[in-house]
Design a protein around this ligand. Structure first.
Ligand code: PBG
Length: 325
């Protein structure tokens, strides 16, 4: 055979493969989600997320120092709210001495350069486990947006670098930006969960924070996974309303959406590799059915290749160690 072009030349050995690799993972690509609980020296493993923990604040601070030393530049905070602090309006979310506010301060104090992002949604604080205020079985939009704007200001006051609204109410990005401006927080960023689908893959997360909806589901606010154009519409609106970073969530089943969003906007795009995606890899690896390390790197590389500039993933620490080795 006399071939004019032999594509295997560029795949012949590890050196040439790494020379021509189009997508390379870096520690700074990752956002590490952290679950924080009350108490001291407490570490609770999440049954549906083997190897992942909900930690008390003092352990979280140590963890954040470790992440920074590994080259990870951002963390995304979630707290577990006590049952007796939950109500329908999520008032604990505004408590200046609440666990979230204390956590932001403690982390910024210990590792000032770490970018602290905070989840903004009412579900962990809600007796109904919904992302908004409930009235007669309905999730109220405008009343919820008002609460989210106050919550964002409260996080900014505590020192958050970015607020990350994950609720999918209409108009919240504009309202949050306005509230931040009015309160003088002109340096606080907004990472909007702009195309967030109503997904079964959030199950383990809801175990972690005890935040499952008490009735119904989240389909009246989170997006229908049948839809593609809606993701573009949502994302463009969020950019217009003032989002600094947009997000597609979940990631692996939505790589087409990540790419389309990436092509449609000029702001950075993040993707959330969610709890159920973590759980699936862990479970299959535990059974010996896939190689865990390889599944992690292949999945995260695919998410980046699809167009994600940033990836929120429970594998952040593991991935950084794998990249280095
Ligand atoms: C809260 C929130 C959820 C996740 C991130 N923020 C749960 C939900 O919307 O029900 C899911 C993250 C994950 O599954 O890893 N609004």
């Amino acid at each position: 055979m006399h071939l004019h072009r032999r594509n295997r030349i560029l795949r012949a050995n590890p050196a040439i493969r790494s020379l021509v690799a189009e997508t390379i993972l870096n520690p700074a690509d990752f956002i590490a989600p952290l679950f924080i609980d009350d108490g001291e020296n407490q570490k609770f493993e999440i049954p549906s997320m083997p190897g992942y923990y909900r930690n008390s604040l003092n352990i979280t601070v140590k963890e954040v120092k470790g992440l920074w030393n590994l080259g990870i530049k951002s963390v995304l905070l979630f707290i577990k709210c006590k049952d007796d602090e939950k109500d329908n309006t999520g008032k604990e979310a505004l408590n200046p001495d609440g666990l979230m506010q204390r956590s932001i301060k403690a982390i910024k104090n210990a590792v000032p350069e770490m970018l602290v992002m905070t989840d903004v949604a009412l579900d962990p604080y809600s007796t109904y486990g919904h992302d908004g205020i409930v009235k007669e079985g309905e999730i109220l939009n405008d009343e919820t947006v008002e609460a989210l704007a106050k919550m964002s200001v409260s996080h900014a006051k505590a020192g958050a670098d970015f607020v990350a609204p994950s609720d999918m109410m209409d108009g919240r990005i504009g309202a949050i930006r306005k509230a931040l401006e009015e309160n003088g927080f002109t340096k606080t960023g907004i990472m909007s969960y702009s195309a967030k689908y109503a997904s079964c893959f959030y199950g383990p997360f809801r175990d972690a924070l005890d935040s499952s909806p008490g009735f119904g589901d989240k389909k009246t606010y989170q997006m229908d996974f049948a839809n593609r154009l809606e993701a573009i519409k949502e994302t463009l609106m969020d950019v217009e309303e003032g989002a600094d970073i947009v997000m597609v969530k979940p990631a692996m089943a939505y790589l087409d959406i990540i790419r389309e969003v990436k092509n449609a906007v000029t702001v950075p795009v993040s993707a959330y590799h969610v709890s159920g995606e973590y759980a699936m890899i862990k479970a299959a690896a535990e059974k010996g059915w896939v190689n865990e390390d390889k599944a992690i790197i292949e999945s995260l590389t695919a998410i980046k290749r699809a167009g994600a500039d940033l990836i929120a993933t429970y594998f952040a620490k593991q991935a950084v160690k794998l990249i280095a080795s």
